[in-house]
Design a protein around this ligand. Structure first.
Ligand code: FAD
Length: 380
């Protein structure tokens, strides 16, 4: 009998997992003891961290795209199709174009989606760099912005890369200074809770940097509505801010089919945070943004979780007990300007302790981004 492992989502988590399984199960794949299928709705693999640099003219959106088929081992069946339904009772997926796909093991690596429509006026009045098209448009806006109120509003949590909003305001501060415009630009950062970041250790580190850089902070600001005509954003707490340029981190959701399959709320799969097994279905797992583990929605997390799950699945296929567990490991470089960055590494037990910002860490982040394409292939 051939076991069929189906990975849904060819982003960071799904691609790293597919290549790791190809390596671990080389013999089983060659002897048809197992098949691995990777399903993605886009022929390209998209590396989202590039988008942070697009508004500042440092990278092009195309730098974050490569054909998925070029990144994945030949022993994996890569299919470009959109999954429209998951039936965990019959262990079947339905897709937009092809016949139903049966699985023995299903991994959900479907990532995050943006839901700007949840905030009235946001789609019309706000810009973002959390999408490829948003990052491109924001570059035009920033280039023509020579003075006024720039508001960066983090709307809701969780969202991808919790450090990226801080990175954006630190980079914008530097960017306007380099252009001699900083005195003409007010930068305001809003955050939904009573500090500037979800993690108290990172918040405590970031706040003095923001004060030093004259970045205004509005905490307890849960955006309720944007008025594109009046150019205001208001919060549920009753605060109204004027803006000339609004940059938002829109509300995030997982994909609808997860909720439709009763695997979790808002598109996030309820999982055991150590084994990554779904709470509400057998032989279903989730990694990366889709998995509700409580750790940041970050590519590094997707990567580490993929490694753990590859070990577990290889054990399952071989009929051995699966022992590998995910310890919450998260790694993150945090840009603190155009040429300096900090770095944090933490897990379920150890809190983050941000490193002093340095140019070396900034170059390390850029090097990490470049080497990503090798990492995704499993070569690093
Ligand atoms: C601006 C920005 C900066 C970031 N910077 C960093 C950083 O510096 N460091 C870091 O670690 N992380 C960073 N991240 C976060 C990181 O990009 C994500 O956490 C990571 O991509 C999550 O990987 P994933 O595999 O879970 O999902 P994704 O990479 O989003 O992949 C999900 C895939 O599933 C596919 N899919 C979804 N639904 C279906 C369906 N129904 N059928 C078929 N295919 C489907 C999607 O098309 C997509 O290809 C950043 C994100 C942003 C937006």
């Amino acid at each position: 009998m051939t076991d069929h492992v189906v990975i849904l989502g060819g982003g960071t988590g799904g691609t790293v997992l597919a290549n790791d399984l190809a390596d671990r199960l080389e013999t089983e794949l060659a002897t048809d003891k197992v098949r691995v299928t990777l399903l993605n709705d886009d022929p390209d693999h998209v590396y989202k961290p590039v988008w942070l640099y697009v508004p500042f003219g440092q990278r092009e959106p195309e730098d974050g795209r490569r054909p998925l088929a070029d990144l994945v081992d030949d022993s994996v069946d890569v299919r470009i199709d959109r999954v429209t339904d998951i039936d965990t009772d019959t262990r079947q997926l339905r897709t937009r174009r092809g016949p139903a796909i049966e699985y023995d093991y299903l991994v959900l690596a479907t990532g995050s989606t943006l839901a700007p429509a949840e905030i009235s006026g946001l789609a019309e009045g706000g810009h973002d760099y959390y999408s490829e098209s948003g990052a491109k448009t924001l570059r035009e806006e920033l280039l023509s912005f020579t003075g006024g109120e720039l508001v960066l509003s983090v709307i809701g949590s969780p969202h991808m890369c919790p450090a990226a909003p801080l990175e954006f305001v630190f980079m914008a501060d530097d960017w306007f200074r380099e252009r001699g415009l900083r005195d003409d630009v007010e930068i305001t950062y809003t955050y939904p809770i009573q500090r500037v970041h979800g993690n108290p250790h990172i918040a405590e580190w970031a706040r003095p940097l923001m004060d030093d850089r004259d970045i205004n902070v509005e905490t307890f600001f849960n955006a309720e509505a944007v008025d594109p005509e009046a150019e205001t954003i208001t919060s549920m707490e009753g605060t109204e801010l004027d803006y000339d340029l609004l940059v938002s981190i829109p509300p995030h959701r997982g994909v609808d089919l997860i909720e439709e399959a009763d695997l979790g709320d808002n598109g996030w799969v309820d999982v055991d945070k150590h084994t990554l097994e779904a709470d509400h279905a057998d032989r279903v797992y989730a990694i990366g943004d889709a998995a509700d583990t409580g750790v940041p929605k970050a590519g590094s997390v997707a990567h580490y979780q993929a490694g753990v799950l590859a070990q577990r699945l290889a054990s399952e296929v071989r009929g051995r007990p699966a022992t590998a567990t995910y310890d919450g490991k998260t790694l993150c470089f945090i840009e603190t300007g155009m040429d300096a960055a900090s770095f944090v590494e933490f897990d379920y037990e150890q809190p983050p302790s941000p490193a002093p910002p340095s140019q070396k860490l900034h170059w390390s982040k850029l090097a990490y981004n470049e080497s990503y394409w090798l990492t995704a292939r499993g070569l690093l």
